[in-house]
Design a protein around this ligand. Structure first.
Ligand SMILES: Nc1ncnc2c1ncn2[C@@H]1O[C@H](COP(=O)(O)OP(=O)(O)OP(=O)(O)O)[C@@H](O)[C@H]1O
Ligand SMILES: [Mg+2]
Length: 368
């Protein structure tokens, strides 16, 4: 699967663009603020029917305009497919595949798989546990729609249970029948969520460690551990054990909504022990493992977006990454950089099949 052409109108600082891509490597060169990341976001939006950065379509319309349109022509299972994603102020977003609107936007997810590697991934290391749950949930729900339903149901029941605990604290009386119903639902969904996350991390970890070792030269040990209270005890027992605590706190203190991932370097927390380049290597490896995971499950090589990949990494690591993504394991790649020199030297020695685009002030021009 790859994107053959892209047409963009009024998306952020890109007023108008029509671009033909290479089925393999595409690079965008331009100064800070030129529109390179905006272009990648347009590609991301076609696959996910939302921007990577903001949930508001209105924010993505070019200033002083009131609509945007992104159109991509893909080659997918040897057929040409067109995806259109558009938005007009005050109206619902529009998403069409081959001229037909979707009944459910979620039916689109996974058909044109894509993995974005962005500097903002740093929040996975620096942010709270919610970021790491979001990472797991985002990947798993791309190939497992039942998981997404479990997650939504879990969150709904969690909210109801928390309301019940609040009411009990105010009135001094707990509705035990209702609590049993909520606990039953939570236990059912939580068990399934836990199983899926455990399986996901188990499969992702060796692939992630392989990529980290390839990129870093193999002398650094990285770890990835799924942490959940459900690892040590059934959810049913956990809820019973913590009831007194939950009543005092007025919310549910145990469950899969507290899960986390422990990221380590040489056995120490990556957040403290990793240098900036090591942290970046960790993130890139994690995202490449995500790529591999989706490829295995869907049988399709996702589109890979590498934004600002050269920042903070030394020459050897950059070269290893570019060599790897130019290989057969990967499909169509989009890379951004502020400086052409780095890329030209590496790409020449790696593959002849690449295109370079120059980006300036929202305008995109092919230069190779
Ligand atoms: N809705 C919008 N309308 C017009 N311009 C916008 C809009 N949203 C963002 N921009 C502009 O887009 C520019 C940022 O573009 P982008 O993030 O793609 O830059 P970049 O080429 O990736 O730069 P860097 O090398 O710094 O990462 C900013 O100057 C910003 O003002
Ligand atoms: Mg950028």
């Amino acid at each position: 699967m790859h994107l053959k052409t892209l047409s963009v109108v009024n998306f952020k600082n890109i007023k108008e663009a029509l671009i033909d891509f290479s089925p393999r490597l595409n690079t965008f060169i331009g100064n800070n603020g030129a529109g390179k990341t905006n272009l990648l976001d347009a590609l991301y939006s076609l696959s996910f029917s939302k921007s990577f950065f903001s949930t508001s379509d209105q924010l993505n319309v070019t200033y002083d305009e009131n609509w945007f349109m992104i159109q991509g022509k893909y080659l997918r299972e040897s057929a040409e497919e067109t995806v259109v994603y558009g938005f007009q102020s005050g109206q619902k977003k529009l998403l069409k595949r081959n001229g037909k609107a979707y009944k459910k936007m979620s039916d689109h997810i996974g058909l044109f798989p894509l993995v974005m590697v962005s500097p903002s991934d740093a929040s996975l290391i620096l942010g709270g546990s919610e970021e790491r749950r979001k990472f797991m949930d985002g990947v798993i729900s791309q190939y497992n729609s039942a998981y997404l339903e479990d997650l939504l149901r879990y969150n709904r029941v969690l909210l109801q249970r928390n309301n019940l605990l609040k009411k009990a604290a105010e009135s001094g009386r707990l509705d035990n029948d209702m609590l049993d119903v909520y606990d039953g639902e939570l236990t059912y969904c939580g068990f399934r969520i836990h199983q899926q996350r455990k399986e996901f991390v188990k499969n992702l970890k060796p692939v992630f460690q392989f990529f980290y070792s390839q990129i870093s030269g193999g002398n650094e040990q990285v770890g990835l551990v799924y942490q959940s209270e459900l690892n040590r005890q059934t959810f049913e027992k956990l809820l019973k054990e913590s009831l007194a605590c939950d009543r005092a706190a007025r919310f549910t203190t145990t469950g899969t909504h507290k899960d986390d991932l422990r990221l380590t370097l040489a056995g120490y927390p990556l957040k403290k022990a990793g240098s900036q380049g090591q942290q970046k290597t960790y993130l890139v490896s994690l995202k490449l493992a995500q790529f591999e995971f989706i490829r295995e499950i869907s049988g399709v090589k996702p589109i890979l977006l590498l934004d600002d990949i050269f920042d903070k990494l030394d020459k050897n690591r950059v070269e290893e990454i570019v060599k790897m993504v130019a290989g057969d394991r990967f499909g169509q790649i989009f890379i951004t950089d502020t400086n052409r020199d780095h890329l030209d030297t590496i790409l020449h020695s790696v593959t002849p099949d690449y295109r370079i685009f120059h980006v300036s002030n929202g305008k995109i021009e092919a230069i190779r």
